[in-house]
Design a protein around this ligand. Structure first.
Ligand code: ADP
Ligand code: MG
Length: 242
């Protein structure tokens, strides 16, 4: 796989729905290959920011740059961003192999390229032996791995994860955290991991940002935010053992 590592920069991004300001003057720089967590309570604007990066939401003010190039006007399909959601709907009637191959078939890649890429990705997520199963025959964790495989197989520039583990039970969530971290390390793909779970953010991310009411409260390494919160909100949200 040929994954390039890109930087992502948000400059003075603001977004409103009608008179409701959902993101307010968001400034952020994510380094190439970084595993970055976006942490905040429900309704703080995490998904809105992620969808904006993917191109599904349009902001009213500010710029979004990938490797220094403004992508504000670039449509979603041309951004080459991979996104995984909480409800990672797989095609139930298709095998694991076909689910993962789907995006490549759509792109009309050659049979040989598809065979090679799908094989490599299934190997990577530890599902090589499950290629001919259907999603219904897999555990929740395995299904989540298929969803990840399906997303990274298209060789995206950015990997965007919107609370991908929140549907799993606690034990599996902890295990999948590790898997996610390992996969990201292997791929070296610039990754933004959205979560409302501070422990999840602390244990996976190189750096993280805390968002509240559409305003970035603090950005830094997990330990920095934990030890030196800039305000009461960060102290309460990052410091509380849930
Ligand atoms: P989070 O992902 O952190 O839970 P969201 O980004 O989904 O938060 O939502 C942030 C705020 O924006 C919420 O108050 C939500 O109600 C509002 N919002 C999100 N999408 C829309 C929309 N399409 N129209 C109007 N308001 C929206
Ligand atoms: Mg959300």
């Amino acid at each position: 796989m040929h994954l390039n590592k890109v930087s992502l920069e948000a400059r003075h991004i603001s977004l409103s729905y009608g008179s409701t300001e959902v993101l307010r003057d968001v400034n952020l720089r994510i380094e190439p290959g970084e595993f970055f967590a976006l942490l905040g309570p429900s309704g703080s604007g995490k998904s809105t920011l992620l969808r904006l990066i993917a191109g599904f939401n349009q902001h009213q003010r500010g710029e979004l740059l990938v490797d220094g190039q403004d992508i504000t006007g670039t449509p979603p399909h041309a951004r080459n961003v991979g996104m995984v959601f909480q409800n990672y709907a797989l095609w139930p009637h298709m095998t694991v192999w076909d689910n993962v191959a789907f995006g490549l078939v759509e792109r009309r890649e050659t049979k040989e390229a598809i065979r090679r890429k799908v094989g490599a990705v299934l190997e990577l997520v530890g599902l090589a032996d499950y290629a001919q199963r259907r999603p219904g025959q897999l555990s929740g964790g395995q299904q989540q791995r298929v969803a990840l495989a399906r997303t990274v197989v298209i060789e995206p520039k950015l990997l965007l994860l919107d609370e991908p583990l929140s549907n799993l039970d606690k034990q599996l969530r902890v295990q999948m955290r590790e898997e996610l971290k390992n996969l990201q390390r292997k791929l070296g793909l610039t990754t933004i991991f959205v979560t409302h779970d501070q422990e999840e953010a602390m244990t996976t991310a190189d750096r993280m940002a805390v968002l509240d009411k559409g305003i970035l409260q603090q950005v830094g390494a997990a330990t920095g935010l934990y030890d030196f919160p800039v305000n009461r909100f960060v102290a309460g949200f990052v410091g509380t053992a849930n």
